[in-house]
Design a protein around this ligand. Sequence first.
Ligand SMILES: Cc1cc2nc3c(=O)[nH]c(=O)nc-3n(C[C@H](O)[C@H](O)[C@H](O)COP(=O)(O)OP(=O)(O)OC[C@H]3O[C@@H](n4cnc5c(N)ncnc54)[C@H](O)[C@@H]3O)c2cc1C
Length: 433
Amino acid sequence: MNYDCLIIGGGLAALTCGIKCAGSGLRTGIISGGMSALHFSSGSIDLYGYEDDRTIVYQPFEKIEKIISQNPLHPYARCGMAIIQEAMRFFKNEASCGGLELYHNEESNHFHVSTLGTIKPTYFSQRSVFNEDIKEAFRQRPKIALLSFAGFRDFFPKLAAANLQKSSLFRHLEIITGEVILPMYSKTARNPHEFRSIDIARIFDSERYITNIAEQIKKASQGAVFAGMPAFIGITNYNKIYRRLRELTGIFVYEIPTLPPSILGMRIDDALKRRFAELGGEFIAGDRIVGGEIIDGSLDHVHTENHGTTRLRARSYVLATGSFFSGGLTSGFNILRESVFNLKLFCQQERNTWYSPRFLSTGGHPFLAFGVETDDNLHPFTQDGKTVENLFCAGAVLGHYRPIVEGCGGGVAVSTGYAAAKKIIDACRTSSQ
Ligand SMILES: Cc1cc2nc3c(=O)[nH]c(=O)nc-3n(C[C@H](O)[C@H](O)[C@H](O)COP(=O)(O)OP(=O)(O)OC[C@H]3O[C@@H](n4cnc5c(N)ncnc54)[C@H](O)[C@@H]3O)c2cc1C
């Protein structure tokens, strides 16, 4: 199998890169070992959310500008401001082509509500989480309802309400809590462990129960303007269901991300995969790249777990295998390793410096900033310090940033995935001239 570009991954970085390459006419393949961080995420894309002391960043681009000048090794510095801004516009447009409309508050961050009722700064949210109408209605200091489904154990409205009321944004608002009953679940005895957000979302990919649920939401909301509910409005038909709920209830139903699997994250995954396929990309799921051969500073071929010695070849390759969470990086008792090619890592060697003694330390854990070391063009280095000229790295496999402390995981994945694609497209154009 020969490609112009073969991407090893399957998450946000791989899909952003794949869409850009396929959309530019390159024969593009993505080979993905399994679920990505999207399936566990809030489904909002964080660009830059927090200062080091945990105060909130309201203007992410201004902050990134500073990061770029202070830390030239940060993945944002490798991209540059113009590419980051271009990447955000590109991502919003391509998600929309895949059926997913994203909201952003011009250049500023906005907030979304977590399952526990804390509020988080973010850059892109799905329109069922935040949009212009919600923003406008919120200015009127509305009454808010937090509702769950009877028997659902991944969202506790009373806990979320108590936490929300600690925030200055919500402190003076009336927040009531309530419950709605899913008709089909009330009739069947079920194992509560199987009653997850994904089970509810599957029901709402069809409109069968929407009138019943709309009536219940209206009643349980007791005149509230907003009804915050665990994300449930389907994986594929959400635009229509969201509009219908608004029409039927007259209330703004807004979705709150729940524990994994995250419906909101799965929607991004679904929309991006759909868009990649529309553009002619080839997505190979359920196989892993286990190695490859680097000859004279260039990756010649790779091979997979399932296809044994069969060689996959491409002009350019992208490593977007994620961090420890997705297996892009692995650790043993005293060893840290990039999993596929054993590339050079940015990391600390002594095990007792990998983590902070305090689990919830505001500075986070050092190992979360570990990752592949690259040059300015996102090319990694082999252990003997040589760059691999046709291999690019993108997303969480990269080192030198702290996705949780900085609140920038999604933004780095989109920006570096896009930046790698641009470099590959340029290289292809140059070589075919
Ligand atoms: C639990 C969690 C929640 C998060 N929540 C948010 C959030 O709300 N907002 C936000 O902006 N960011 C969030 N982040 C951060 C952000 O989601 C990630 O930084 C970003 O999605 C990483 O994307 P990625 O494509 O680099 O890697 P990943 O999403 O980790 O994807 C890596 C992919 O590579 C595949 N893979 C690994 N090894 C191989 C191999 N050898 N061969 C083939 N495929 C392989 C994996 O199966 C996976 O599909 C969260 C991260 C985590 C872990």
